[in-house]
Ligand binder design. Structure first.
Ligand SMILES: Cc1cc2nc3c(=O)[nH]c(=O)nc-3n(C[C@H](O)[C@H](O)[C@H](O)COP(=O)(O)O)c2cc1C
Length: 332
């Protein structure tokens, strides 16, 4: 996830029950692009011993090939193509989710990528742009070009992050494609992941925002699958998580207001499960520096509340922060 799956975040997640693999933030590919240094750093220094897939976003075939050649020198598990980013600035350039309108272009890109990628080639896609008219044709292309793994976020591009997730469409992909399918979209907790495996026949689940809110989600799902007691974090554990995010993800040489801004990016998601009325979100958004922000976290998570269980699900009716979630700021 852009601005989220950084080296520091991966390290913090890794200490709480690591996923089976990670996918990087996307590398932007265009005429003058070079792989972003901070994303290369996340591939090399996440410290979790788990595989990392390098994700690309772009549509310019020669430059995609050039980028793949550069990335293959790094310790990556494979290359992933982004066909899902819903930010208008991105899709208007016919990349990310924008590609879903153009199966002929997808055919050309997948063909070239398959020919260049010696190892594992994966694709992450949504179920369509504003409808599903190209879905079957695109799934055929996934088969035609022998993609090794497909992740389906069960929303259209126009559905952004809030429309109801179309899990039957994920089942449709599971039935149609030869490779394993990973289901994505509102996999909020371990029990839902287990239920969705049964319902969709998917090979696995991808968790995005819900892993920011609950970094124990991978561990909890593993424990559930193995019939072990499922770890239940307390609010004091959430406070420790927040401190680690501050230590690993905020650049302490920056102005304190900017450090607070960085931490708020994560707190927007974590705050969805702290109280039902959104008081934490309200208070934390009004702090102006990192010191005050951490004091606000103490006030809401420690003291008499420290031993309260942190809920598995976000509270209904609270919103993270729409402008960031739609990635309006992402550019290619
Ligand atoms: C802040 C943010 C950044 C994201 N960046 C990426 C990205 O770089 N590549 C990608 O494939 N998906 C990206 N996504 C989408 C997520 O990977 C995921 O598909 C989506 O949030 C739905 O899953 P969830 O309900 O578990 O969050 C991003 C989502 C968010 C909220």
């Amino acid at each position: 996830m852009q601005d989220v799956t950084t080296t520091g975040f991966m390290r913090v997640i890794g200490r709480r029950g690591v996923p089976d693999w990670f996918v990087t933030e996307y590398f932007r590919v265009h005429e003058t692009s070079t792989p972003e240094k901070h994303i290369l750093d996340s591939i090399q220094n996440h410290g979790t011993a788990r595989p990392v897939f390098a994700q690309l976003i772009g549509e310019d075939v020669p430059h995609i090939i050039r980028t793949i050649k550069l990335l293959q020198a790094y310790p990556i598990a494979g290359i992933d193509l982004n066909m899902g980013c819903p930010a208008p600035k991105v899709y208007r350039k016919n990349v990310g989710g924008g590609l879903l309108r153009d199966p002929a272009k997808i055919d050309e890109i997948l063909s070239a990528m398959r020919a260049e990628i010696a190892g594992t080639f994966t694709v992450k896609m949504r179920i369509g742009f504003d409808g599903m008219e190209n879905y079957e044709a695109i799934l055929d292309l996934i088969n035609k070009h022998k993609v090794d793994l497909l992740t389906v976020h069960g929303r259209t591009v126009k559905g952004l992050y809030w429309s109801e997730v179309n899990y039957p469409a994920i089942t449709q992909a599971v039935k149609k494609v030869a490779c394993p399918v990973i289901a994505n979209g509102d996999v909020t907790q371990a029990t839902k992941a287990t239920q969705l495996i049964r319902e969709t026949g998917a090979y696995g689940m991808m968790m995005g925002r819900h892993a920011i809110r609950n970094p124990w989600i991978f561990r909890q799902w593993r424990e559930l699958q193995q019939g072990q007691p499922v770890y239940q974090p307390k609010l004091s554990d959430v406070r420790t998580y927040i401190q680690e995010l501050a230590d690993e993800c905020c650049d302490y040489s920056m102005h304190s207001e900017r450090q607070a801004g960085r931490l708020k990016k994560f707190l927007n998601f974590i705050g969805l499960a702290i109280d039902t009325e959104g008081k934490f979100l309200y208070d934390m958004r009004r702090t102006e520096n990192l010191g005050d922000l951490l004091k606000c976290c103490d006030a809401h998570l420690m003291g008499t509340r420290a031993n309260e269980i942190y809920p598995d699900e976000p509270h209904r009716g609270l919103i993270a922060r729409p402008t960031r979630e739609t990635q309006q700021t992402c550019e290619l």
